[in-house]
Design a protein around this ligand. Structure first.
Ligand SMILES: [Zn+2]
Length: 257
């Protein structure tokens, strides 16, 4: 993988954002492999198809690219709200690639992937409708709350200008594929409980540690009145899927990938 961007492809473009888009898209096409299968190429989609930018022709996974020159914060602005929620519910939403480039050295600094199986409606924030004066007045956009995702949902492909081994990226992808077999509702619970566990930042943790997130979890799932049983249920699923181990007496351990 070569981390420098090809400036030649942007020669016909004046605006910075267009140049960045063209260069980062060309970079993905030239350098990125499919994280979901052994294919070493992602094919760009025809311009005009707004939601999908790249497709793997071997496994049909679709990827949307978001590029910017500053670090990604906890929320990233994204496309129209309603279509996105619909796509998540029907499982037709793409996977997301978040790329940060260095605007002076023209290199890829960071690139991480958020697989679509981690996306749930609660991660999509509705933005205020555009004002009367706007050309697309009334249009409602969205933010993706990437800050609420467990670290497992953020698969680093390049970090601080260093490439992660391909095999590790593909492992990170397949480890949580079981989420695709869950309903969107259960997926949300699993991801939220996993995010809580990851926030503890300990290898061994107790049930009481996870119960400490009861308040936060009930805010995320306001209709559920039985948060603690729900937490225990998610821990069981995570154990069955080999993500955590039960050590007995209310203690748990995160298994190494
Ligand atoms: Zn593939």
């Amino acid at each position: 993988m070569i981390l420098s961007l090809n400036l030649d492809v942007a020669s016909g473009y004046k605006s910075l954002s267009q140049r960045a888009r063209v260069m980062t898209e060309a970079w993905v096409e030239e350098n990125l492999y499919c994280p979901a299968c052994p294919s070493d190429h992602l094919a760009p989609e025809r311009a005009g198809r707004k939601v999908v930018d790249f497709t793997c022709h071997d496994c049909d996974e679709q990827f949307q690219l978001k590029s910017q020159s500053h670090p990604f914060g906890p929320r990233v602005t994204n496309s129209a709200y309603e279509p996105k929620i619909k796509a998540i519910r029907s499982g037709t939403n793409p996977n997301y690639l978040f790329l940060r480039y260095d605007p002076t050295a023209y290199t890829v600094r960071d690139l991480f992937l958020v697989p679509k199986h981690f996306m749930t409606p609660s991660l999509v924030e509705r933005r205020r409708p555009l004002s009367e004066s706007a050309r697309r007045h009334g249009w409602v956009g969205s933010n993706i709350l990437i800050g609420n995702l467990p670290v497992d949902a953020r698969i680093e492909i390049v970090k601080d200008g260093r490439e992660t081994p391909k095999s590790k990226v593909r492992e990170g992808w397949s480890r949580f594929l079981f989420l695709r077999e869950q309903t969107v509702y259960s997926r949300g619970w699993l991801a939220d409980v996993l995010a809580s566990i990851r926030k503890l930042d300990k290898e061994v943790f107790s049930l009481a540690d996870v119960y400490a997130f009861e308040g936060e979890l009930s805010e995320l799932h306001p209709r559920n009145k039985h948060i603690r049983p729900k937490i225990r249920q998610q821990l069981q699923v995570l154990r069955d899927q080999g993500v955590i181990e039960f050590l007995g007496r209310g203690r748990y351990q995160i298994r190494k990938a």
